[in-house]
Design a binder for this molecule. Structure first.
Ligand code: C5P
Length: 220
């Protein structure tokens, strides 16, 4: 039986990957499946937390035990997080959020017949949701970010993470390496967890369920 060490804690967890539409039938997206975020939601709920899962295009079933809100774009995710985070003790931003979105969404399908041999897209920067949460931080709230990087060298990964946690203003950052065959959409994960001082406060490798529990151990 899971320890009830998160009893009474309100936790908001984002999972999946945001999609930015180009036209009614196409989007720019990423390969995040939502597995790690959903595993965190399940584990936190089993440990007694009151969990709100905000899922962006989840490829896995959202657990019945938690409140689920489904979103697709980064702006929808931002609005859902803003609503839920106001009363949260912990916010875990496990979702892979698109850094840019198309400046304009075409009303009809973009057609190659009228585009010719090249198609140029203009993208505009999305708001940084985690950074926004940190700027409007509720007293005592713990903000957790994820950083999925393609660097597989541990020192390079840690250096990127230390710069990122300061830039974002988060309390805890979960670092993992992703690539063509790693991290996204797989059943296992390997993570290093750091705090705002840049110290390593947790490490885990295994199934996404066991990694989820290790991350929660660190937060507890
Ligand atoms: O900068 P990077 O995308 O690597 O940061 C990753 C962390 O920041 C994740 O926790 C992600 O959910 C969050 N993020 C965000 N808003 C963005 C981009 C990333 O909250 N626009």
């Amino acid at each position: 039986l899971a320890p009830k060490d998160l009893l009474g804690k309100r936790i908001v967890i984002t999972a999946g990957g945001t999609r930015e539409p180009l036209d009614p039938v196409r989007f720019i997206g990423n390969r995040s499946s939502g597995k790690q975020g959903v595993a965190l939601a399940l584990a936190a709920s089993a440990r007694g937390a009151d969990v709100t899962l905000i899922g962006a295009n989840l490829e896995v079933h959202a657990p019945d035990a938690v409140h689920v809100e489904h979103v697709s774009t980064t702006l929808e995710l931002r609005d859902a997080v803003a609503g839920a985070a106001a009363s949260a003790d912990i916010v875990i931003m496990a979702a892979a959020v698109a850094d840019y979105r198309p400046e304009a969404v075409a009303e009809g399908k973009i057609k190659k017949e009228t585009q010719g041999d090249t198609l140029q897209l203009t993208l505009v920067k999305n708001p940084d949701i985690l950074h926004g949460l940190a700027e409007a931080r509720q007293p005592g709230q713990v903000l957790v970010g994820f950083a999925a990087e393609t660097e597989s060298d541990r020192d390079a990964l840690l250096a990127l993470g230390r710069a990122k946690i300061l830039r974002k203003g988060a309390d805890v950052l979960v670092l993992n390496t992703v690539g063509w065959t790693e991290g996204f959409a797989t059943d296992g994960n390997t993570v290093v967890v750091i705090n705002a001082a840049g110290d390593i406060v947790g490490e885990a490798a295994g199934t996404k369920a066991s990694v989820a529990n290790s991350i929660l151990d660190t937060l507890v």
